[in-house]
Design a protein. Sequence first.
Length: 258
Amino acid sequence: MGKKKKKAYEHDLEALQIELVGLTRWLRATGKRMLVILEGRDAAGKGGTIKAITDKLDTRAARVVALGKPSHTEESQWYFQRYVTQLPAAGELTIFDRSWYNRAVVEPAMGFCTEEQYDAFMKACPAFEKLLTDDGIILLKYWLSVDQEPQEERFAERAADPLKRWKLSPVDLKAREKYAEMGDLRDAMIQHTHTADAPWFVADFNDQKEGRLNLIRHLLDQVPDKLTPDKEFDLPPLKGKLKKDKVTAKAEKVPKVY
């Protein structure tokens, strides 16, 4: 990315992040609850998008949920049960980095669920999501779309970079061989679970930075009445000279290496 394009991206992202702060202020003021589900192919850009959304937000106003493999106890529960406990409270924005839709794409592709479990999920999911939206939760579902060529480029970049290698999992590597199959499962998922109450939105993430901007813009536009005035602060001057922070010598000091 050239310097001019990078500067334009950072300018646009900052403007969107200011609006995101306003969105969380509106959620707190109204007590509304917002749930954003991010799904997509491996290396599509979910992590970077979540970081862009939450980077400037109060950590008490926004929460990211990325559940791992279910425990033995969770496997014996109602499938949606462990996700229900993670739903947003009043005034909260919750982002699911993958969600119950694991059962619609990843699990059947990898053989982690039975055909009966898959069919039961497809039947129950629209009714489950209608319960959420009927209760007032603002539910937004995004699929991050990426072609196989840029996906492979990102896999190679991760494999070569020790700071990104942790992002590659055995499931990711196995999924590389199932690009077409997972696309078919995704399409079936959307066809069965795209409803008026909880529609799917597909974002083009072949260019990750453009994808982030477009997705965040769309997310913000789904709440047109989110304007809540921001209070300006006028800091009164302190009396006396500014003090140095003199900590008791009882504690050990961190060495100044840099």
